[in-house]
Design a protein around this ligand. Sequence first.
Ligand code: ZN
Length: 120
Amino acid sequence: MHYGWIGQSATNSRRAESAASDAASSARKAESAMARLEDLIDRQMLVIRSLLTMCEKKGLFNEPEFRELMNEVDLSDGRLDGKFKPEAAPQNCPSCGKVNGKRAVTCMYCGVPLEGRSIL
Ligand SMILES: [Zn+2]
C-alpha cells in the first residue's frame, strides 16, 4: 500500500496553519496600528476643537473667516483638496527603528514621539 498522500496532507495542513497564524498576527498588528491612528486623530480633534473654541470666545474670528483661512492653508501645500500635506521625509523611529510615514507624529509601531514632529 502507498500512504504517501497522508504525509503530504499533513504537510499541507501544517503550512495552512502557519499561514493562518501569520495572517492572524498581521491582522492584530494592523488593528493595533489602527487603534493608535484613531487615538492620534482623537487627540488632534481635541486640540483643534479647543483652539477654535478659544478663538471664537475671544472674538478673534467668525466661521466664514475661518473657512477662508482654511482654504488658504489648504492651498499652501499646492493643492486645494481639503487636506494639508506638507512635504517631509519618512523618519525612522528613535526607539524601534522602523520607518514611519512623512506625516506621522508618533511611531506607528510603538507609539514613541518622532523627533521634530508635532500635531501643531
Ligand atoms: Zn517605534
